[in-house]
Design a protein around this ligand. Structure first.
Ligand SMILES: NC(=O)c1ccc[n+]([C@@H]2O[C@H](COP(=O)([O-])OP(=O)(O)OC[C@H]3O[C@@H](n4cnc5c(N)ncnc54)[C@H](O)[C@@H]3O)[C@@H](O)[C@H]2O)c1
Length: 396
């Protein structure tokens, strides 16, 4: 079994009460009966449409091989929606996403909309769809594949074997400042921490349970990252995570300050198994972890809530610097599609097919520019997708 197959998807299933995506039970009902699901596609901006087009084909073929029929509906989101209808998340898009079984997002954003007012920024559409779908847990695996160990910026002996899952809280923290914009008027700075304190309480408990559940099914180690030496909200975070730990005696819990964690991640990343942290720290640390694996273009993510469709997306943005040039690495989106099949639809075998096809494509030496090294074959986004499709189609 390759490392990609073994981790991180080897371990995680949502059998706990904390998170139960719409089709989670299907994971355990291995039946040959045909299943049919609706998928909302949100290509978005920049390289989003390029990588989603590739992932859609891969999803169709992998699903068909396992008797899973996937019906796709493409909707507007982000800058594309702003240009077409004047808002970053049209009501029809949210309604379609909610009514579907899972959502695959490319990326949103770009220079063109950078100076828009906040409510007219593509990024506001992203925050709103997360809120609208009620997803609160963002799972971001960072695994160094043997084939790509030389693409890491770290020394081989430091990078090889790294297999980290960052569990990021997605609904609170300083990323989401909607509640502090006028009206009502923003509270004075000394009251801000108190407000985070009140708002975060149930959010911490929920994300902690998800993280313990995830850690239990991986290496059994959970590192909670905060800034409890300074921030009141972080003190509460640490108190609640420690309290929830008593429900998971089989998981070893440790705590680390975020500044230290960012240093430890590049010094000795193998010490980490599962990390749980808040919205903004998770955003930053998972991007840092991505570079250990070689490229941000390799990392998928899943955002899930207690029920309803999950949101699956690569962790990278719209990469306006390479958009429209057929240079994007589509593997992060293809692997997000695999997470969609596994965690969103319970179609585990179809997900495994995709992971195997990706591994085989890398074994055959195909590389996009971001993961290229001498002696490998440089290809564009489309060709990389075609090679993954070929690998899929050749599977029995
Ligand atoms: N979830 C999202 O949709 C999301 C996430 C992050 C940023 N953004 C938005 O994306 C825009 C650009 O942001 P940024 O430049 O900070 O981050 P980015 O992730 O778009 O790009 C960072 C760097 O990584 C490269 N890169 C990213 N994805 C790649 C891929 N698949 N293949 C090869 N190279 C890849 C880019 O070329 C760039 O050099 C901004 O408008 C930002 O708000 C959106």
């Amino acid at each position: 079994m390759t490392q990609l197959q073994a981790a991180p998807l080897k371990t995680l299933s949502f059998s706990g009460a904390a998170v139960r995506p719409r089709h989670a039970t299907a994971t355990f009902r291995c039946s040959a009966a045909a299943r049919s699901y609706s998928i909302t596609l949100l290509p978005g901006d920049g390289i989003g449409p390029e990588v989603v087009a590739v992932a859609k084909d891969v999803l169709s073929v992998a699903g068909a091989k396992e008797g899973v029929e996937l019906r796709f509906r493409e909707m507007l989101m982000g800058g594309a929606a702003l240009d077409a209808v004047g808002v970053p998340l049209p009501d029809e898009t949210l309604a379609a996403a909610r009514a579907s079984d899972a959502v695959l997002l490319g990326a949103i954003g770009g220079y063109k909309w950078d100076n828009n007012e906040k409510h007219l920024k593509p990024e506001t559409g992203l925050l709103n769809i997360r809120a609208g779908l009620g997803v609160f847990a963002n799972l971001r695996p960072a695994t160094v594949l043997p084939q790509l160990v030389d693409a890491s910026t770290l020394k081989k002996e430091v990078a090889e074997g790294v297999d980290i899952m960052v569990v990021r809280e997605l609904t609170g923290g300083i990323v989401d400042l909607r509640h502090f914009s006028a009206p009502p008027p923003p509270p004075p700075p000394d009251k801000l921490q108190l407000i985070f304190y009140k708002r975060l309480y149930p959010q911490i408990d929920c994300i902690a349970r998800v993280a313990f559940e995830v850690a239990r099914k991986r290496g059994g180690n959970l590192c909670s990252v905060d800034k409890a030496n300074v921030l009141e909200a972080s003190m509460l975070w640490r108190k609640r995570v420690t309290a929830i730990a008593s429900e998971f005696p089989d998981v070893e819990l440790s705590h680390m300050y975020v500044d230290n964690a960012s240093m430890q991640l590049v010094w000795n990343p193998k010490q980490f198994d599962t990390i749980v942290t808040n919205n903004s720290y998770g955003d930053i640390l998972s991007d840092e972890a991505s570079m250990i694996t070689g490229s941000i273009g390799m990392l998928p993510s899943a955002s899930v809530g207690e029920s309803g469709p999950g949101l699956f997306e690569p962790i990278h943005g719209s990469a306006p610097d390479i958009a429209g040039q057929d240079k994007a690495n589509p593997l992060a989106t293809i692997l997000s599609a695999a997470m969609l099949l596994k965690y969103g639809l319970g179609a585990e075998n179809a997900a495994k097919r995709i992971e195997t096809a990706v591994t085989e494509t890398l074994d055959s030496g195909f590389r996009t520019g971001d993961i290229y090294s001498p002696g490998t074959t440089l290809v564009g986004c489309k060709r990389m997708g075609e090679e993954v499709l070929k690998a899929l189609e050749s599977q029995k």
